[in-house]
Design a binder for this molecule. Structure first.
Ligand code: PLP
Length: 353
């Protein structure tokens, strides 16, 4: 066993997923579980399938490939690369799209494979990441209608991704206008109106989404049991389905202000320190190679992250009542960026309970 370690609790993940699936069902909204934060690990995806999600989604085809043995529809939620259409048609049942050249390539590939590839057309409602602008949506629908091998089954949008634009009644309702147009003009069987990610959940709970909304792509709120957009815990969910563990390698009392002339730190920044006198500090064997240290919080009462470099993290433990020693393990909660970085780091051992 080695540290740092990321411990994932399957039962807690399943519980968190079920809570969100059931609550969304009250609003007629199906949940697609977004697996990219945990790199599409099949054992974790399976727990989400058991909890009743309608689909699994990832931004990477490589992750969808890992999930190929789970018999549930899979969605690619990043616009496909032209260079990858073959893998997309093979491993994704449906993909999010905004480029007609890509849709045509998907259609051609699907015909070769004797399949129909499903398409969700992304509308950019103003967040300015992917999607066709609303004025161009109808022309795009007309073009998709002429492509063989693909079937337009959904209209979707992103909110609060690049531009921070919040989901609201009106900017979700526009999706169903495009859907109606697609149904009437090209006879597209639009089953899905996909109104965003975790940030739409609370808006939906407050009754501020249109009835036509019937699909959400959810990662963060399920995994963390916490809604960072609205800074609130998800009622009844675990916030500790994932735990990061690191080991103490040095424990000493040292001044809080460096001694000598200050140049730059390991990352090219000029560090500024407040003189708090002599402090008790623990060095943990974890650093920026493993984790975004800004996105993790020690569970140890009284401990505070002072900083870190590539392989070391410095924890001020002056206020801790617990009697610490070298070799002790410290647990952390992770915010989204922390969890993502822990999963993608090959130095962090993954343990699935
Ligand atoms: C990552 C992603 C999501 C999930 O976002 P969360 O905030 O984790 O719920 C949904 N849709 C798209 C297109 C994404 O890239």
């Amino acid at each position: 066993m080695s540290y740092p370690q990321l411990i994932a609790n399957r039962k807690k993940l399943e519980h968190n997923t079920k809570i969100i699936v059931d609550r969304c069902a009250e609003y007629g909204v199906a949940v697609t579980a977004v697996t990219k934060c945990y790199c599409g690990l099949p054992v974790l995806a399976e727990a989400q399938v058991v909890a009743g999600v309608s689909m699994l989604a990832d931004s990477r085809v490589e992750n969808l490939k890992k999930l190929k043995d789970l018999s549930i529809p899979k969605m690619l939620i990043r616009i496909p690369m032209l260079s990858q259409v073959k893998e997309v048609v093979k491993f994704a049942d449906i993909s999010l799209n905004s480029e007609i050249s890509v849709i045509k390539a998907l259609g051609a590939e699907a015909i070769t494979m004797n399949k129909t590839h499903k398409i969700m057309l992304m509308i950019d409602v103003g967040d300015l990441r992917e999607g066709v602008m609303i004025e161009e949506a109808k022309a795009m629908v007309d073009q998709i209608g002429k492509v063989e091998g693909v079937e337009l089954i959904g209209i979707g949008a992103n909110y609060a991704c690049f531009g921070g634009v919040m989901p609201e009644y009106d900017n979700i309702a526009v999706l169903s206008e495009v859907a109606l147009y697609a149904e009437e003009t090209i006879g597209a069987p639009i089953e899905i109106i996909s109104g965003g990610n975790s940030c739409t959940y609370q808006v939906m709970r407050e009754g501020r989404t249109p009835d036509s909304l019937n699909h959400l792509r959810l990662g963060e709120i399920i995994l963390l049991g916490y809604d960072s957009m609205f800074d609130r815990k998800i009622e009844g969910s675990y916030t500790d389905a994932f735990t990061l563990v690191a080991e103490i390698i040095e424990l000493k009392e040292k001044p809080s202000k460096p001694i000598g002339t200050i140049g730059i730190d390991a990352f090219g920044n000029v560090p500024v320190f407040e003189d708090k006198g002599i402090r008790k500090r623990a060095i943990l064997a974890i650093g920026r190679q493993d984790i975004r240290i800004e996105n993790i919080t020690p569970r140890l009462e009284g401990a505070e992250i002072v900083g870190g470099s590539s392989d070391h993290m410095i924890l001020d433990v002056t206020q801790c009542e617990k009697d610490l020693k070298v070799g002790d393990l410290v647990e952390f909660d992770m915010a989204y960026g922390g969890l993502l970085s822990a999963f993608t780091s090959e130095y962090v051992e993954k343990v699935i309970l």
